[in-house]
Design a protein around this ligand. Structure first.
Ligand SMILES: [Zn+2]
Length: 377
């Protein structure tokens, strides 16, 4: 038996997933089975009203939530401060209601303190409500690393009414992040002998097809069936793919490029999925150039056309890095290409100069499609 097929464990999914227009009502009645005095974590002003509804509803059923907000994101400064609040107030669980950084922080706090965790995503921008993984950043937003958690959340409540109130830019961002599953895993995991990985990969392919078919309609009309399929694909199915595929269903270049770009700590830098979408374009560009994959050219054209339709950035200029200095470009490529980066799982060799050039080749429409000749040592 191949060593790849032995000794593996997966955290596949939350214990309970509530989804639909009534998800909050159903999920709320489940919460007393898990906890009595949760820390209710959130962040932005834009979700305040929903979090207040959650707070009041919980009070109404005899639960005693303690409100708390992140100041920056999933960073040690916030994690330490909120961890102290949980201990001081004797909270018996964490309910995280918000976007990716809130969900990741809530999961990580619960994991560190061995408490149950309930996630309530308030957008479809990421699958962080589902997974047993948290991304840790500096307080300025630079990616540091990801941390595997002991398990997926105890419950996930995906209330369509809550999620629909998020700006549609967040849905578009989630679509790009969901698409990355296929583009990345198909490159790094297609030769795996593990049935779970093979099945996860096929799910990622179907997910990509659904996003291409339904994405535009979902973006235009939140009352459509397409919206339900797309929002759940981005926030739920993408997480399930990560759960089944596990550590062997890896990222390739799109996420490492994202991680590198966050090192610029620019407040103007786009949302996670927006930067990842640009990362997929760079990845296809690298494939086109270095694995001489003709299909990559087609795939890149198809992807760019689709991303444009849902108003996502497709060039460095649109991402706000048109005038990136050579020093900053070096910083991005150093991080993307560091020795622990999954970019080295690409089926061809890569180095820092290649990454720098690929970004510059895609900096604006003028340079688009340019395949500069960089030697790979
Ligand atoms: Zn992502």
């Amino acid at each position: 038996m191949s060593p790849e097929l032995t000794n593996s464990y997966n955290s596949i999914s939350p214990n309970k997933v509530f989804r639909g227009d009534e998800a909050w009502k159903d999920g709320m009645n489940y919460i007393p089975l898990i906890c009595k005095s949760p820390l209710l974590l959130g962040k932005s002003n834009s979700t305040y009203k929903i979090r207040q509804t959650i707070y009041n509803d919980l009070k109404g059923i005899g639960i005693n939530p303690i409100n708390s907000e992140l100041e920056y994101g999933c960073c040690e400064e916030d994690l330490q401060r909120i961890s102290n609040i949980i201990l001081e107030k004797n909270c018996d669980s964490v309910i995280a209601a918000g976007g990716g950084k809130v969900l990741d922080s809530g999961k990580l706090l619960a994991d560190r303190l061995s408490l149950p965790c309930i996630t309530i995503p308030l957008s479809a921008a990421t699958c962080a409500g589902w997974t047993s993984l948290s991304n840790i950043y500096t307080k300025f937003g630079a990616f540091i690393n990801d941390k595997s958690l002991k398990s997926c959340p105890n419950a996930l409540i995906f209330d369509h009414g809550f999620v629909k109130s998020a700006p549609k830019r967040l849905l578009a961002s989630g679509i790009a992040d969901g698409l990355a599953k296929w583009y990345e895993a198909s490159l790094t995991s297609s030769r795996s002998n593990d049935g779970f990985v093979q099945q996860a990969l096929q799910m990622a392919r179907v997910l990509r097809d659904q996003l291409f078919i339904d994405g535009l309609e979902a973006y235009r009309n939140a009352e459509s069936d397409s919206w339900v399929r797309v929002a759940e694909a981005c926030a739920l199915t993408a997480g399930l793919i990560g759960g089944i595929g596990g550590a062997r269903c890896r990222t390739a270049a799109a996420h490492p490029i994202h991680n590198g770009l966050t090192q610029l700590e620019s407040p103007k830098m786009g949302l996670h999925g927006e930067v990842v979408g640009f990362g997929i374009i760079i990845q296809l560009h690298l494939e086109e150039r270095y694995s001489k994959n003709k299909l990559a050219t087609q795939a890149k054209g198809q992807l760019i056309k689709f991303l444009k339709e849902i108003n996502l950035p497709t060039t460095g200029k649109e991402l706000g890095i048109e005038n990136i200095s050579s020093e900053d470009l070096q910083k991005v490529s150093n991080f993307s290409c560091n020795q622990n980066s999954e970019i080295h799982l690409l089926p061809f060799k890569i180095n820092k100069d290649v990454i720098k050039q690929a970004i510059m080749d895609n900096i604006s429409e003028k340079t688009f499609g340019k395949l500069s000749d960089i030697k790979i040592q």
